[in-house]
Structures are given as structure tokens and as C-alpha cells.
Design a protein around this ligand. Structure first.
Ligand code: SAM
Length: 314
């Protein structure tokens, strides 16, 4: 099992690593794309199977992740590490004259390094600035959202992206408190949430609210939708797409898009002969999502919400 030390000496264990390697069905001379490099746990496995004829392209929106990958992954003219959002991959492939790839991986969400870095503001467990940007060059932070948006907006995002039952109460309290002093740290937010809901279910509520904010700060669902609309055009015949998601809304988007591409035709059901001419372009290989074993979750708590879906280009 690949394990990588993170900055503060905790282990990073790639989620569903064996299943990813198996499903990607890696050909040593193939071209593989990892849209979410993180600590390169999966990337290192993929690269270790590639021969000199193969190529690897990895993306991360986080510059720190790219810097780390540059030191941890073998330097090679066939290994491209790109600081950009994964939905920008077509532009990069075109720039290096690659028309299609044999496999794609997305392991969505946040890396253990980001979560364990207080200065990034992703975690309610450590005090830090309310930042939460994957790309620190982007302008909008969690602090901006919490201090400028009205309670209706905050309630909606806590409900929609955090599925939080106390969304309205928490949003109102935030708006109330910030009239006296602006929220600047993760502890400010944590204290407000605690004052609203007390100690029972506190951890779950904190996770849900922090997750909702992270999704909004990084516009994660829009980026996933953009990617899902284009990836199939860049998969070679029999090439595979593997996506690990950690949020029900992400998983639903992946499931629906795979289904749509497997079906092809979009004509209304009462038309006897297809008029649209859209042919199926994917075969779904996981009718139900693959989830980590109890043993994997025991070793790596962060894997517990993971759902893997895989499809093959036809
Ligand atoms: C769960 S981690 C990936 C872990 C990785 N598979 C590994 O084994 O080390 C998710 C990574 O995706 C990155 N990320 C999130 N959204 C992204 C996007 N739109 N484009 C590129 N990278 C993104 C995050 O910065 C984070 O480093």
C-alpha cells in the first residue's frame, strides 16, 4: 500500500487505490490523466506501471500540491504536472498535441495535506483563517462569503451543499454576530455553530457547514459539470474514466452523466425511430458505486464517504 507522509507527519493513503489501478486497466504505453493529483498517491501508482512510451498528465488547482508532486514524482518529459483546474484539461492536451487519453482519474474533494494545514482554513479542528481556497490565487474566500452574503443565501448553501437541518438558525446567527465583529477565523465560525446547536451532533454539523462553504468557495459542482460535459470526447476507444466522489450531489452528477452517455439517443420515448442520431459513447462498468471495505475505512477514516464509478468509452 502506497503511504505518503504529509507535512505534519500523518500518513496519506490513497483511497480505493487497488480498485483504481485495476479499473484503469493501465497499459504501460498508454496515456493517463489524473485531474486531482493531491499528494500523488494514485499518480505514483499509475506512473510506476507506465513504460518510457507511456505518458502521464496530472492537474491540481493547488500550487502547493503541484510543488510537492514535482519533488515526489519522477521527472520525465512524459510526466506533465499542471497547475490548473481539471476542467481545463483539453487546452493543455492540445498544447502538447495529445488528442485522446486511455484513462482518467478524478479523486474529488480535499487532500489530507490541505485538511491538516491550519493556515488553509479547511478544518474546524484547528484555528486558522477562513480561507478554504484550493487555488490561493482566486479572490473569493470563505471569509468573504460569511461576511457579505445575506442569511437567505447562507441558509441555502448550508442546506444544499451541507444538508444541514439547522441551516437557517446558523445563518441568522452568523449575520447577527458579524454586525458586531466580522468572522475571520475557523474558531469564530466554530464558536457560532456551537452556540446555536450545543455539543450534541456538533462534529457532524461542523463538517457539514465547512464542507458546504468549501464547495461554494471553489465552485466545485460547476467545475465537475463542465468536466462531465466534455471528458468523453477525449477518451480513446476502450479508455476508462474513474471518479471517486465524497458528496451525494457529486455522485449524482457522475451517475446521471454516465447514464446519459450510455443511452445516447435523447429522442422522446414516443418517437419510434431515433431522430437525434446521438449514439451511446460509454459503457458503465459499475452499476452500483464501489465503496471502500470496512478494513480500508478502519485504516483510513477519510475513505468512509467515498464512492467510485467507472465507465469505458465505446
Ligand atoms: C482527494 S485529493 C486527491 C488525492 C490524490 N488522489 C492522492 O492520492 O494523493 C483532491 C485534490 O484535488 C484538488 N482539486 C480539487 N478541485 C480541483 C480542480 N477543480 N482541479 C484540479 N484539482 C482540484 C485538490 O486541491 C486536492 O489536492
Amino acid at each position: 500500500m502506497t503511504q505518503i507522509w504529509t507535512s505534519n507527519r500523518t500518513f496519506h493513503i490513497p483511497v480505493l487505490k487497488d480498485q483504481i489501478v485495476q479499473f484503469l486497466n493501465i497499459r504501460p504505453s498508454g496515456i493517463y490523466l489524473d485531474g486531482t493529483l493531491g499528494l500523488a498517491g494514485h499518480a505514483a501508482e499509475i506512473i510506476s506501471i507506465l513504460s518510457k512510451k507511456g505518458a502521464f498528465v496530472g492537474f491540481d488547482r493547488d500550487e502547493e500540491a503541484i510543488k510537492r508532486c514535482k519533488t515526489s514524482l519522477p521527472a520525465s518529459s512524459k510526466c506533465h504536472l499542471v497547475h490548473a483546474s481539471y476542467d481545463q484539461f483539453p487546452q493543455f492536451l492540445e498544447s502538447i498535441n495529445i488528442k485522446g487519453v486511455d484513462g482518467i482519474l478524478l479523486d474529488l474533494g480535499i487532500s489530507s495535506m490541505q485538511l491538516d494545514s491550519p493556515e488553509r482554513g479547511f478544518s474546524y479542528r484547528m484555528d486558522g483563517p477562513l480561507d478554504m481556497r484550493f487555488n490561493r490565487k482566486n479572490s473569493i474566500t470563505a471569509k468573504d462569503i460569511l461576511n457579505t452574503k445575506d442569511d437567505t443565501y447562507l441558509t441555502e448553501i448550508f442546506r444544499k451543499y451541507g444538508e444541514e437541518r439547522n441551516a437557517k438558525k446558523i445563518a441568522k446567527k452568523i449575520v447577527n454576530i458579524r454586525m458586531t465583529f466580522p468572522l475571520t477565523t475557523t474558531s469564530d465560525l466554530k464558536n457560532i455553530i456551537q452556540s446555536v446547536i450545543g455539543d450534541s451532533f456538533l462534529t457532524k454539523t461542523l463538517s457539514r457547514i465547512f464542507q458546504a462553504l468549501r464547495i461554494v468557495v471553489n465552485d466545485e459542482l460547476t467545475i465537475l459539470k463542465n468536466f462531465l460535459n466534455i471528458f468523453a470526447d477525449y477518451l480513446n476507444n476502450k479508455g476508462r474514466i474513474t471518479i471517486i466522489s465524497y458528496h451525494s450531489l457529486e455522485d449524482r452528477l457522475v451517475k446521471q452523466k454516465f447514464k446519459e452517455l450510455e443511452k445516447g439517443c435523447v429522442c422522446p420515448p414516443d418517437i419510434p425511430i431515433c431522430q437525434c442520431g446521438i449514439k451511446p459513447s460509454l459503457k458503465v462498468l459499475t452499476k452500483r458505486p464501489i465503496v471502500p471495505s470496512e478494513e480500508e475505512v478502519r485504516r483510513n477514516r477519510r475513505a468512509r464517504a467515498a464512492k467510485l464509478r467507472v465507465a469505458e468509452k465505446i
